[in-house]
Design a protein around this ligand. Sequence first.
Ligand SMILES: C[S@@+](CC[C@H](N)C(=O)[O-])C[C@H]1O[C@@H](n2cnc3c(N)ncnc32)[C@H](O)[C@@H]1O
Length: 298
Amino acid sequence: MSNSTPPEKTIPGKGKTKEAKPTSRPDGGTAQKKSTLNRVWHDENTQSELVRGDQHDYLQSIPSESVDCIWTDPPYFLSNDGSTCINGKRTSVNKGQWDQSAGLQADHDFNLAWLSECYRVLKPTGTIWVSGTHHVYFSVGMALMQIGFRLLNDIVWEKPNPPPNLGCRCFTHSTEMLLWAAKSPKGGKDRYTFNYADMKTANDGKQMKNVWRFTAPAKSEKTLGKHPTQKPIELIERCLLASTSAGEVVLDPFTGSGTTGVAAVNTGRTFLGCEIEAKYARLAAKRISAANEQAMPS
Ligand SMILES: C[S@@+](CC[C@H](N)C(=O)[O-])C[C@H]1O[C@@H](n2cnc3c(N)ncnc32)[C@H](O)[C@@H]1O
């Protein structure tokens, strides 16, 4: 079992230094830089891993039809010099260069490119969850349909305690959207997993609706460090419990602080993740490693 966070090592067979394709990021931030894939954490038992590098290169290294489920939270393209409210103070909305828009068409081309690779690596029975705000989910939904995915649900994540709207020129934003889609066509032989009865039980015996209420991640989920768009662990655990079985493979090509990895480890799934920013890859490695230590039988 390798459960620590070793110094980065180039992955044999994955670590070829090469020019990233221009579609890899629309903002020019990483698009033209040399890209390598370095494994920053792995667990031999489950074959889980976290890699630092560009999602484009990482997805290309994954065999076709080998992944059961994708849960991911790609750039929202909202870091365009506006402001928001954090802890009662006006703060820049900018999250990083990775979140800047390159224009509507370029952003959509980017979504088409990475979602097409996701389609290739998913098993015929697989499903994909994509989380986002209104800045991106229309493009993601359109791209999913253009590629041939079948939309199953739009899940509204409602936040009971959103930050106030400082501009007072529109309603307070208190939701994010999760799109859930299947690779298989309706009525085909390949059936995707939906653990309907488990969700009903978790909802006090009533059918679970598509509006979910979760607070933003608690302080206890940020003890190892912070990410500006960190998701609550419970939110992703619910998605994985609904759409996968124990031991299956879950992929997140935009891992951020590693919340999908923590949720996968906590629910006994194998995790494959990729994050381009070194500081977030280090944070994700720490969080996933800590969850894995806790999950190990004593
Ligand atoms: C919205 S955040 C994900 C947050 C994550 N769900 C969490 O709970 O922490 C998107 C992440 O994708 C990363 N990213 C952006 N472009 C990338 C690329 N081309 N390859 C890999 N990661 C990328 C960013 O650095 C950022 O951390």
